[in-house]
Write a protein that binds this ligand. Structure first.
Ligand code: XIL
Length: 367
């Protein structure tokens, strides 16, 4: 047990004790030899559950991932909530004008159910992952509004009762906190109306289709007090005041290992949204490291500190109910699509815990 602490936890957290499970999982946790965890190892989810926290990640439902038993098994060992990386986006669920396709979404829900996980629905309305057929209507606000309404109603209705939450609208504001008016087709719907009215409509439509699912606005770059989070705050405050059904804010938290994000600012920001009566989810956290420094201990320690900061802010915020990373392990991560970043997650390419994992583990096990 001591060895685990020294090898993995003490450097980052100063840990002096580790639970029995960690001892049992020693070979995997230290990552020295074996490739799979003992069956009794219960991962982060057991610690999170004791604090009624949902901890999770984005599931990549590709043949290579789902056929990798270590991927699916480790995912279910560590997480009690799952968000699909792709299969609930517009292009996946409504690929053609007359076709809705829920096959992969249903498979995701079956996987989650079999493993006792909740599911975040991601995402209904976004400027990306829009299938080509939609663009035939790009110059007709009325047709766009109609197709969006049909889409939201059908998709939310299909998954009624099966999801924890929906990210109803994703990334609708620019860095100055203003509604994008030219990004993607949806803002066109508001020609002749107030920019952002389509956001309001979407929440109402989603709520009509499933009155029990939690409805979120989700965005990046809004983790601290800044112009963008001010804009989101003003938007959702108004929505709440007008009785629009919105229940939470998702902070994506795609950040860099050396990004200067003041902890006090993160906490104050989370708190102001929570004080509006909204739930907080950290929805897509990952912390990129330059490719040349992927195994550099100093970079990994700085990455761990970013994870610690956000988990601590979540634990300190009443209403912060879920903490998700955008993936499980560095083996499968969108960050590798970027030219200069890699190794952004809690587990490495061989599913071995990194200092970031240890930082989260230690916080969760500390009363
Ligand atoms: C990303 C996926 O991870 C990529 O595979 C895909 O090519 C593009 O979308 N913010 C979001 C997520 O809300 O849906 C994005 O996911 C990452 C940024």
């Amino acid at each position: 047990m001591e060895r685990i602490c020294l090898a993995l936890l003490v450097a980052v957290t100063g840990c002096t004790t580790a639970p029995t499970e960690l001892h049992q999982a020693e070979t995997t946790i230290t990552g020295l030899s074996v490739t799979s965890a003992p069956a009794e190892w219960t991962g982060l989810r057991a610690l999170a559950a004791k604090r009624s926290l949902l901890i999770g990640g984005a599931l990549r439902q590709y043949p290579d991932t789902m056929a990798d038993p270590e991927y699916t098994r480790t995912f279910a060992r560590e997480f009690n909530v799952v968000v699909p990386e792709h299969v609930l986006k517009f292009a996946a669920t409504h690929p053609q004008e007359k076709v809705f396709d829920f096959k992969d979404g249903d498979a995701l829900i079956a996987y989650a159910k079999a493993n006792g996980m909740k599911v975040r629905g991601h995402t209904l309305i976004w400027h990306d992952a829009i299938p080509p057929w939609v663009f035939a209507y790009k110059d007709s606000p009325a047709a766009l509004a109609q197709l969006l309404h049909t889409y939201v109603s059908n998709v939310v209705d299909h998954f009624r009762g099966k999801l924890l939450s929906w990210d109803v609208v994703n990334e609708a504001l620019d860095e100055d906190g203003k509604i994008f008016v030219t990004r993607g087709p949806w803002p066109k719907i508001d020609s002749g109306r107030k920019p952002g009215d389509y956001v309001r409509d979407a929440f109402v439509w989603a709520h009509e289709a499933d009155p029990d699912v939690q409805l979120f606005y989700n965005d990046y770059g809004a983790e601290t007090l800044n112009k963008k989070s001010d804009g989101i705050y003003a938007l959702v405050k108004k929505l709440k005041a007008d009785g629009v059904p919105i229940h939470g804010i998702g902070f994506q938290t795609h950040i860099a290992f050396d990004q200067d994000l003041a902890e006090a600012s993160v906490r104050a920001n989370f708190k102001r949204f929570a004080d509006l009566g909204l739930k907080i989810h950290i929805t897509e956290m990952d912390v990129g490291i330059p490719k040349a420094r992927a195994t550099d201990p100093q970079a990994l320690a700085m990455q761990a500190e970013q994870y610690r900061k956000f988990m601590a802010a979540c634990l300190a915020t009443k209403g912060c109910e879920a903490f998700l990373t955008w993936g499980l392990a560095d083996k499968f991560s969108w960050i590798d699509d970027s030219p200069d970043k890699t190794a952004a997650l809690l587990l490495d390419r061989h599913y071995r815990p990194k200092p970031a994992y240890a930082a989260i583990f230690h916080l969760l096990e500390t009363p």
